[in-house]
Design a protein around this ligand. Structure first.
Ligand code: HEM
Ligand code: FES
Length: 356
């Protein structure tokens, strides 16, 4: 987002990250296939087509779990934040692997009859009332359609055209898609009456995803509750939000005021400034970012804003909400009235007694 940063395009870090994802997927598929061929022999031998289908299906399933765990993990521990950087590419990779699984499955189970394979997929099993014979493949197909929608709108072009909140709402469909995939696998296992280990693995995955989300949500809610009880000072607009020592030099921090509204504070060259915590790109948590090249830098995709006025450096034009801030005896005080995005506010010098 800064002049030196090329947003959501290829750069060296993304290439390394994508290279690791591609080799991880390739290794997983090869190991799964070879293990299946070695472990299941003779009467138990599994056909290569089914092994490929299973390798691709479980790989997509695993990737979906990783994607869903990255968000809460990064909220619980900042060390996971770099993983958020390329989550979109991981999403596209998941769709491609799931697509390959779906294509092999449709070709293998529906490609040899007289019906069109897609018609066969939709009509060959209509036991919707049965748990053990439920047409679980349809659930996989709906989930795949959602993943397609998300992968095809993952580019910043769509983010700009749909607007951040509509784009975000669209991409929250990953949760219904996950639910459908879990049902697809669970009902598929039920029909094949396969190993209880596989069922235990599915249950462990769901528990892990749900548990991490609940843990991260509860911790943030508790922190917001605790911090939102900050009181105004002597009827003035100012709210005490902590000590200057709570913020490392050239770093940010997040505080909650007004019953949960999050404000990002930054310490830069001996001054404190305050902006919204919500990045104009995709709502990334600015307070978890750093000052790079003199600008507030979002930890998610690196969009930048000047701390003095919340405006992106030229040639970029994005603006974020700023807040008045002052420092009194080492304590930071913020006026929680949000100013128009891009409003210049003098940063508060740490040495000064009062700065309005
Ligand atoms: C058109 C879409 C889809 C179709 C037709 C389809 C079809 C199938 C079929 C027939 C099986 C049973 C394979 C076997 O004999 O073992 C299966 C299993 C599975 N599918 Fe799908 N599927 C689709 C989409 C998806 C998606 C989107 C995901 C995950 C993101 C997924 C994940 C899995 C997994 C994890 C299994 C269990 C693998 C195993 O048997 O060990 N599927 N699918
Ligand atoms: S840069 Fe993407 S959310 Fe901030």
């Amino acid at each position: 987002m800064s002049v030196g940063y090329v947003a959501v395009q290829w750069n060296r870090h993304k290439r390394i990250y994508d290279g690791l994802v591609a080799s991880g997927v390739a290794c997983y598929l090869v190991v799964f296939f070879l293990a299946g061929r070695t472990l299941y022999t003779g009467q138990n031998a599994i056909s290569p087509e089914i092994l490929v289908m299973r390798a691709l299906g479980t790989c997509a399933y695993l990737l979906l779990h990783i994607i869903l765990c990255i968000g809460p993990l990064a909220r619980l521990d900042r060390r996971f934040l770099p993983l958020l950087y390329n989550r979109r590419h991981l999403g596209v990779a998941t769709f491609l692997v799931a697509l390959a699984h779906g294509v092999v499955a449709i070709g293998f189970y529906h490609g040899f009859g007289i019906l069109n394979p897609f018609v066969s997929l939709l009509t060959s099993n209509t036991n919707y009332g049965s748990l053990t014979a439920f047409p679980f493949q349809i659930l996989g197909a709906i989930a795949l359609s959602i993943l397609f929608l998300m992968a095809s709108t993952s580019h910043d072009f769509w983010l700009r055209n749909l607007g951040a909140s509509a784009w975000k709402r669209l991409h929250m469909l990953v949760y219904p898609a996950y639910g459908l995939v879990v049902m697809h696998v669970a009902l598929g296992i039920l029909q094949a009456q396969r190993s209880p280990w596989l069922a235990a693995l599915v249950a462990t995955g769901v528990t892990m995803v749900a548990g991490l989300h609940i843990l991260a949500g509860t911790r943030e809610h508790r922190r917001d509750q605790h911090e939102s009880h900050r009181t105004r000072i002597n009827g003035e607009p100012w709210v005490d939000v902590g000590s200057v020592d709570d913020i490392a030099d050239e770093h940010g921090s997040t505080v909650s005021v007004n019953g949960g509204e999050r404000i990002a504070l930054f310490r830069h060259r001996g001054c404190i400034s305050a902006t919204t915590n919500v990045c104009a790109h995709q709502g990334g948590p600015l307070g978890e970012g750093r000052i790079i090249d003199g600008c507030i830098t979002c930890p998610w995709h690196g969009w930048q804003y000047r701390s003095a006025d919340g405006q992106s450096p030229p040639p970029f034009t994005e603006k974020i909400v700023t807040y008045r801030v002052r420092v009194i005896a080492g304590r930071i005080q913020v006026d929680p009235t949000a100013l128009t995005p891009g409003t210049a506010v003098d940063p508060a010098r740490i040495e000064e007694t009062v700065h309005v």
